[in-house]
Design a protein around this ligand. Structure first.
Ligand SMILES: Nc1ncnc2c1ncn2[C@@H]1O[C@H](COP(=O)(O)OP(=O)(O)OP(=O)(O)O)[C@@H](O)[C@H]1O
Length: 350
């Protein structure tokens, strides 16, 4: 990296009082100026705590962190003018107009009245809020409030913008609009660090992503490099109904034995014939089991391949034939960032 990093995190640790384990457990990474960096991880992985330390809201237990070259741990006050943060939940001041929300933020950062007004006009325009600049915030939609929070964050021209799950709850139009603005900001040299649970969005938007779990960084690379690294170059997704005498686990094991298939898994169970409550009412015992359990109907199986899929279709279909399984659909695809995420962090609920 030629220019100094916009964000530089070294051996960061956070242990909350009375906690048994570290919420952040020795994380190190850096973000280049003008980069969009996605921080991904399951619930409770430590993303918000990491962002909290970088934005001086959470006190680190140990380690070091700088944002735009400023030490956020030892000199939070000086660091604060270099970044902006847009939290998950609205923290707009509802007693002020949208325009005043912007102006007050810039006043807090010491900008002149003339600058504040001109910058507010510019950002209201950029975020499609000129018409609604004096509307009551209570009447704003979720998308408008989110846009206003980002506009407010940009009032003091921060070098680094932290976005905590910026598109959660937004409709597709708002989401697309927001990402266009984020790309524009990046093109003007702003560094963007975001957290998201939307893997497609992370893959599309981020120059690089870091995957965090249990407070540790499990992987850090471009989305393309991360998906390439996953076993196989392609995946085959099969919608299959195993023969009545067969079961999904045995079928997957047989498919995984095919030369060229490196790994196989059930990704979702077919829709149960009856909802669990109806089954229980009929005295039908336990509801249909998880993917792979005997007795489920159609299942989706994902096979990770270590060679081109075309040559493997024949052998895979032959296994299905031999086991009298019914094949309803085949899809050839690349592994996605979600596959990488699940591969690293598992399927267990948090
Ligand atoms: N203020 C707090 N006091 C004590 N423990 C906390 C506090 N905030 C977070 N934790 C714990 O620290 C761990 C990391 O939480 P954190 O909110 O950083 O995760 P996250 O990756 O942002 O999760 P999510 O995706 O759900 O927002 C969790 O075990 C959480 O319960």
């Amino acid at each position: 990296m030629t220019s100094p990093p916009a964000v530089d995190v070294k051996e960061l640790v956070k242990r909350y009082p009375k906690a048994q384990v570290n919420a952040v457990d020795g994380i190190s990474f850096d973000v280049a100026p003008g980069e969009i960096f996605g921080l991904l991880g399951p619930n409770g992985a430590g993303k918000s705590t990491t962002i909290g330390i970088l934005t001086t809201r959470v006190r680190a237990t140990s380690g070091s962190a700088t944002v735009a070259g400023r030490d956020v741990i030892r000199d939070g006050v000086r660091a604060r003018s270099a970044f902006a943060v847009v939290p998950q939940r609205s923290n707009l001041d509802r007693s002020l107009t949208p325009r005043q929300n912007l102006a007050f933020h810039a006043a807090y950062h010491g900008f002149s009245r003339a600058y504040r007004n001109a910058r507010a006009d510019e950002l209201l325009e950029q975020f499609g809020l000129t018409e609604a600049a004096n509307k009551k915030i209570d009447f704003y939609s979720g998308g408008m409030a989110q846009r206003l929070m980002i506009a407010r964050a940009m009032m003091h021209e921060p070098a680094v913008l932290f976005l905590d799950e910026p598109t959660t709850g937004l409709d597709p139009q708002s989401r697309i609009f927001l990402w266009e603005r984020v790309r524009e900001m990046r093109d003007r040299g702003v560094t963007v660090v975001l957290t998201t649970h939307d893997m497609d969005e992370a893959a599309e938007m981020s120059d690089r992503v870091g995957i965090v779990d249990h407070g540790r960084l499990l992987a850090l690379d471009t989305p393309e490099a991360l998906t390439r690294r996953l076993t196989g170059q392609a995946v085959l997704e099969l919608s299959v109904t195993p023969a009545p005498a067969d079961d999904a686990d045995k079928l997957i094991a047989a498919l995984t034995d095919v030369d060229g298939v490196s790994r196989g898994e059930a990704v979702s169970a077919g829709a149960p014939a009856l909802p669990p409550a109806a089954l229980a009412a009929l005295g039908g015992g336990s509801p249909p089991g998880p993917p792979g359990a005997p007795g489920t109907d159609e299942i989706k199986i994902r096979l990770y391949l270590d060679r081109a899929p075309a040559g493997l279709l024949g052998p895979v279909v032959a296994v299905l034939d031999a086991r009298a399984a019914t094949l309803a659909n085949v899809h050839i695809g690349e592994p996605s960032l979600e596959d990488v995420f699940i591969d690293l962090t598992g399927r267990g609920l948090r």
